[in-house]
Design a protein around this ligand. Structure first.
Ligand code: SF4
Length: 324
């Protein structure tokens, strides 16, 4: 059953189960909703890098932080298309295009819609992350054929003000709701290891699991070291079992959502990634680069999936009826 009325107490109790019980429960739900041997693959391209007016404390692309990332203009559709072709050839099913903006300018919308149409014509699923959107912008992207929109809440409502001050959690949730109401699938998750408490990680998942509808995709990112950003000084290593517990909790609270093991995989052992897949993670980014940080080489992912007897899903790996 898909529930959107989870309480913190319930989530905490699940999170704290003995590890074997937690994994068993996550596995049972994973198998009820998905083929556990199938992994969804997405590829990420920064279509407009750096110079962002937001002050997200973890982000190398914020103009508020001295990280050495150079601001670029919005890429041309032809360049984006060339990258999308490469991603498809490398095995990606979905192509995610990210721009470092507070929100897109209306003058950029024609080009963005053109990118969506062109990438979709290659037979790839399309995803964009562009910051806050107005209802009109959502409608235009939807009409262009955009499948997914990524807009992470990053952390818990309580910890959010320690992460960004130029926007609020309410702003984030408002865009997520606009996107959902506009008929675009929502991709929304967060980052572990930014100095937050365990309670914040659980609260982040409860926030997602109590939205009017669960996000279709839930990315779980591990903090990647980035010099020059405020989070770096309070970042803490995440215990591998703490990560697995959060993945399992995401699977249990949002059983029909695809859970993506996102940034931070370069620092994870094969064994830890395998545990995350057992706990319910069923999506990864492929390709050597995320927006500005590294990602495992394609051969490493291929090798890992082969050793685990897993395969890249031809389509969304869901086997049960989608969430109403
Ligand atoms: S809005 Fe996005 S690009 Fe801009 S600082 Fe925040 S995370 Fe970085």
């Amino acid at each position: 059953m898909i529930r959107t009325d989870w309480t913190m107490a319930e989530a905490r109790a699940i999170h704290d189960l003995p590890f074997a019980d937690l994994m068993h429960r996550a596995q049972a739900l994973h198998r009820a909703h998905f083929d556990p041997t199938a992994i969804e693959t997405a590829s990420l391209l920064s279509i407009k890098t750096g110079g962002c007016p937001e002050d997200c404390g973890y982000c190398s692309q914020s103009a508020h932080h001295d990280t050495g990332v150079k601001a670029t203009k919005l890429m041309d559709t032809a360049e984006v298309l060339a990258a999308a072709r490469q991603a498809k050839a490398a095995g990606a099913q979905r192509f995610c295009m990210g721009a470092a903006w507070r929100s897109p300018k209306d003058r950029d919308m024609d080009k963005l819609c053109d990118m969506v149409r062109s990438v979709a014509d290659l037979g790839l699923e399309t995803c964009m992350t562009l910051g806050m959107l107005s209802p009109e912008q959502v409608a235009r992207l939807k009409a262009a054929g955009l499948d997914f929109y990524n807009h992470n809440i990053d952390t818990s409502p309580d910890y959010y003000a320690r992460i960004a001050t130029t926007r609020t959690m309410a702003d984030r949730l408002d865009t997520v709701e606009q996107v959902r109401k506009g008929g675009i699938k929502v991709c929304c998750g967060g980052i572990l290891g930014m100095g937050e408490a365990e309670e914040d990680r659980i609260a982040m998942l409860v926030t997602l699991a109590t939205l009017p509808a669960h996000p279709d995709s839930v990315p779980v990112n591990l903090w990647n070291e980035i010099e020059g950003v405020p989070v770096q000084v309070r970042a803490q290593a995440v215990d591998p079992f703490a990560l697995v517990r959060i993945v399992a909790l995401a699977r249990i609270l949002m059983p029909a959502s695809v859970v993506r093991l996102s940034a931070g995989r370069t620092g994870m052992s094969d064994e830890l990634q395998a545990l995350c897949f057992l706990a319910g993670a069923n999506s990864i980014f492929v390709g050597d680069q995320l927006l500005t940080t590294g990602n495992p080489a394609a051969w490493k992912d291929h090798d890992l999936l082969t050793r685990l007897g897993m395969r890249v899903a031809k389509a969304r790996p869901q086997i049960a009826a989608p969430q109403a």
